[in-house]
Design a protein around this ligand. Sequence first.
Ligand code: PLP
Length: 388
Amino acid sequence: MTWADRLSPQVRSLPPSGIRRFFDIVAEMKGVVSLGVGEPDFVTPWHIRESCVYGLQQGYTAYTSNYGLLELRHEITKLFERQYGVSYDHRREALVTVGVSEALDLAMRAILTPGDEVLIPEPCYVSYTACVSLAGGVPVTVPTLMENEFRVTVEQLEALVTPRTKALLIGYPNNPTGAIMPKEELASIADFAKKHDLIVISDEIYGDLTYSGTHTCFSSLPDMRDRTILLNGFSKAYAMTGWRIGYALSNPDFIAAMNKIHQYTMLCAPVTAQIAAIEALKNGQCAKEQMLREYNRRRRLMVDGLKKIGLSCFEPKGAFYIFPSIKETGLTSLEFAEELLKKEKVAIVPGDAFGTSGEGFVRCSYASSTANLTEALTRIERFVKNYL
Ligand code: PLP
């Protein structure tokens, strides 16, 4: 028996992330323009970094409550009250986690019994199906279409719901498509969740990065607050990916259950990052809006540029990704990404890394400088000309 044979079957059957594999190749190459990674190119605003430095000077170096600093939880719940009119008790209904990544894992492990099914609109963030599988659940993906602006419909969900369906996992604004869901359509999804008595895990990490209309917080919809595990964090909107700080908001039973796992596995989120997160919530609005304006400018540049090249492309409404179709080139997503990297040294992510319905598309992140984006568009145009 080899060491590999001794691994848990759940881990063995998990495919490695398509993104990472690709970026291991990119890391070895010189002169690459990368539109690959899903993180802001901005450094965390100085006042946020400074608050962390000051916290260290003051000696904040110890564990915090498992739930997170009370002040941070209070700032989070105040924000939700202010921004979305939904109230949570910061003592019992908020949990600070190591990024949304941890919150996602905790949510799945807290609610799933082996064999439970979770509906997940696809293309979706790479961790969704993996987290469900690792918790013993069965991911049931629901393909969304560019023709429908990558929005999931109740009809699609109704076709796949079964007596084993326990939850629905949604992430809007969406990574990788940039899709958002209008409030009325989210309200229909809420009715569907109620009808089938489903828990809704709503990953709203890109909620503040919305360019068209305003973001609807799922738990603000009628009767959804207690049924929803709301996930959010600081990585994207505040350019704080490396700080590893996120949170979950839900009813006290779900939060206590998630905290049970969190206290045995993580204990607490890093105190320095929690201090910085308080500063972000108290004084980070201006910097956040500045970054949003810049992303919006770059979004326009990419939409216009890709259309000019001849790639059909849904105009993203949120997050910082654009997901053009490459079907007309006759290449698969992987072939397109590999050839583009080899011939023109532009790194993008093949769409099938986000599920089989992502085949025929590629994800480009526009969280990159205008100079990089312009150069990438020139190279993509040169590359695509060989196929169209
Ligand atoms: N959710 C989505 C949709 C993401 O795109 C990402 C990161 O790319 C995460 C969650 C993970 O976020 P965090 O850095 O808070 O763990």
